[in-house]
Design a protein around this ligand. Structure first.
Ligand code: HEC
Ligand code: HEC
Length: 410
């Protein structure tokens, strides 16, 4: 990542304070000289810099970094489990219809497959739903980067009028009045149910939605045979055509804001959506019109349609459009096929192979099984319940049914 490729904000402290939730989360950050969230991203728990500092490391001269393992996020298992339930709880929305999982569905690469998101009462948003898989490695969240971290991001949809449309005070009151939830909050947060703790609990689950089981990740970790010939050629063309200038790092994106080479012209001619001012909506700078956070590319083959407005239906078309507008090149048919093969190698194999044949409950259960700590916690709970039920002569509930909200669809 070259510093000149990054578009910096004119006054980060002021901009962060445009939204209250984000402002509250970063009062200390505003005082710091450097943005600590960006510093944290750069460090990526030390792994990126460790590779960079070691000239002998096989990845030292590559623009990519392996996805850190799921267990690299230290988290209290109770918080993780609480976050899982909150993520799948539609009662956090005003009419009880919409949970985070309504729009971020595992089998659709943690998106919704729609052009733009559809929230409560069928209300349409203006942007395409990005994946939450590996979102933990984005330097900021949302297409315009308005949330500095996942804690701040996690509470935003709850009060967004077209997403979950609720009132934060009402949500907090309902959670406090719900004995099961309030006890779980109090067990891990000294101040119990607050907006900040709600965001923190949900973000524990979002971090758990890190997927490391892609062929490309295996390849980066030394498994040379993990990529097909076409994917290997595609990787070369991805670099030769300059895609890697913006799509690099752990997430092959998610670490800078970029305008299209042809900026507004791109937005008008290709997406027809110049009414979405992108970063300019936050910075009020004309230059930032049609500037967006570069999307990450992990699982991109599972997350059609594409771009901030969902205007591009297939991955092939996304590659062609990118090559034309970003690289000023007309890609050959073989370039497109190879780059698509490369992008397909960024898919979680679990979801690419199985998800379409699984029910929502099976997917949720398998997501839970990929959360080692929470799973142990659940097994422990289930074991206790099981013993209790045996004593009482009642039959045990399947684990994923202990909260009815889990059946709202993944
Ligand atoms: C109505 C559909 C909908 C619901 C419900 C919803 N989201 Fe989203 N999500 C979106 C859309 C659309 C965006 C992009 C919005 C933007 O950039 O302005 C998004 C963005 C995100 C991002 C940022 C990803 C990135 O790459 O920037 C995360 C993380 C996320 N959502 C998690 C959640 C969580 C957690 C919840 C529940 C509290 C939730 N979402 C509820 C549609 C939804
Ligand atoms: C100058 C920076 C830049 C370059 C170079 C670039 N991209 Fe992008 N890419 C972006 C931005 C910004 C977006 C989001 C565009 C939008 O939503 O309007 C994007 C979006 C995409 C998407 C859609 C992702 C999604 O989830 O919607 C794909 C796929 C993609 N790029 C692949 C490529 C390929 C392949 C190349 C090389 C031919 C390339 N990009 C070159 C900045 C870049």
């Amino acid at each position: 990542m070259n510093e000149s490729q990054r578009r910096s904000l004119p006054s980060p402290g002021f901009l962060r304070c445009l939204t209250l939730a984000v402002c509250v989360g970063s009062i200390t950050a505003a005082a710091a000289d450097a943005d600590p969230h960006y510093q944290r991203f750069l460090q990526a728990r030390g792994e990126a810099s460790w590779i960079g500092a070691n000239a002998e490391h096989p990845l030292a001269v590559t623009p990519y970094r392996p996805i850190p393992a799921l267990d690299s996020f230290p988290a209290d298992p109770v918080k993780r489990d609480l976050g899982f339930d909150l993520f799948h709880d539609a009662s956090l929305s005003r009419d009880g219809s919409t949970g985070c999982n309504t729009c971020h569905r595992g089998m659709l690469g943690a998106t919704d497959g729609r052009t733009v998101a559809q929230g409560i009462g069928g209300a349409l948003g203006k942007r395409n739903t990005p994946t939450v898989f590996n979102a933990a490695f984005n330097f900021r969240q949302f297409w315009d980067g308005r949330a500095v971290d996942l804690d701040a991001q996690s509470i935003a949809p709850i009060t967004d009028p077209v997403e979950m449309g609720h009132d934060m005070d009402a949500v907090l009151t309902a959670l406090r009045e719900n004995p099961a939830y309030s006890a779980r909050f109090e067990a891990v947060y000294p101040d119990g149910v607050t907006a900040a703790n709600l965001g923190n609990a949900i973000s524990q689950h979002t971090k758990d939605m890190t997927r490391t089981d892609s062929p490309f990740n295996a390849y980066l970790q030394g498994e040379q045979a993990a990529l097909s010939e076409a994917a290997l050629r595609g990787r070369e063309r991805f670099e030769a055509l300059g895609c890697v200038a913006c799509h690099n790092g752990i997430n092959l994106g998610g670490n800078s804001y970029q305008s299209m080479d042809l900026g507004r012209q791109f937005a008008e001619s290709v997406t027809g959506a110049v009414q979405d001012e992108g970063l300019a909506g936050r910075t009020q700078r004309a230059d930032d019109t049609a500037v967006f956070k570069v999307p990450q590319l992990h699982n991109v083959a599972l997350t059609a349609p594409y771009y901030h407005d969902g205007s591009i239906p297939t991955l092939e078309e996304a590659v062609v459009t990118m090559a034309r507008t970003q690289a000023g090149r007309e890609p050959s048919a073989s370039d497109v096929a190879d780059i698509v093969a490369f992008l397909e190698s960024l898919s979680s194999q679990f979801f690419a192979r199985n998800a379409s044949q699984m029910s929502a409950a099976e997917i949720q259960n398998s997501m839970r099984q990929q959360m080692p700590d929470a799973m142990q916690h659940q097994q422990h709970q289930q074991h206790q319940q099981h013993q209790q039920h045996q004593q009482e002569g009642t039959s045990p509930q399947p684990m994923h049914q202990h909260n009815p909200a889990h059946h709202g669809g993944q």
